[in-house]
Design a protein around this ligand. Structure first.
Ligand SMILES: [Zn+2]
Length: 147
């Protein structure tokens, strides 16, 4: 009985995640700027950012002090997949359509390619930092890469 309840809960969580992904994908396909889509954009992106940061923290613990050379090394053991993100700006316009791209950089300075930035340089003081690779302001007015 308990096991069944757990499985049902897990199924609902997975449906919720794929539902959000489908929503982002449809916004990208339409190629339009929909304020409705942008309304929850910051919250969804932050949740995905936190999921990657959490995976990095576990990886760091498992390896006793090392971050992966690439974010893709987290998949699938620490993270099911690199999450795709679409980014809106202060005017609720989509400035970067859905992307899973990871740009390897040596400091937390955005190249504005969309997707993620990851400081893979072991000699950097920011080694192991992941950020949203966007110099635009998020709907709240705070730059995406500073989230
Ligand atoms: Zn940008």
């Amino acid at each position: 009985m308990k096991r069944t309840t757990f499985l049902l809960a897990a199924a609902f969580v997975l449906c919720g995640i794929s539902g959000a992904m489908a929503q982002e994908a449809s916004a990208v396909v339409a190629g339009t700027t929909t304020p409705k889509f942008c309304a929850g954009n910051e919250m969804r992106v932050t949740a995905k950012l936190n999921s990657i940061r959490g995976a990095l923290a576990v990886y760091y613990g498992d390896t006793e002090g090392y971050y992966p050379e690439t974010l893709k090394a987290l998949v699938p053991k620490y993270l099911p997949a690199i999450p795709a993100i679409s980014l809106c700006d202060e005017k609720n316009a989509i400035v970067h359509p859905g992307s899973r791209r990871v740009s390897d950089v040596s400091a937390v300075s955005p190249t504005d390619a969309g997707g993620w930035g990851y400081v893979s340089d072991r000699n950097s003081t920011s080694w192991g930092t992941v950020f949203v690779n966007c110099a635009h302001n998020a709907p709240s007015g705070k730059p995406w890469y500073q989230q």
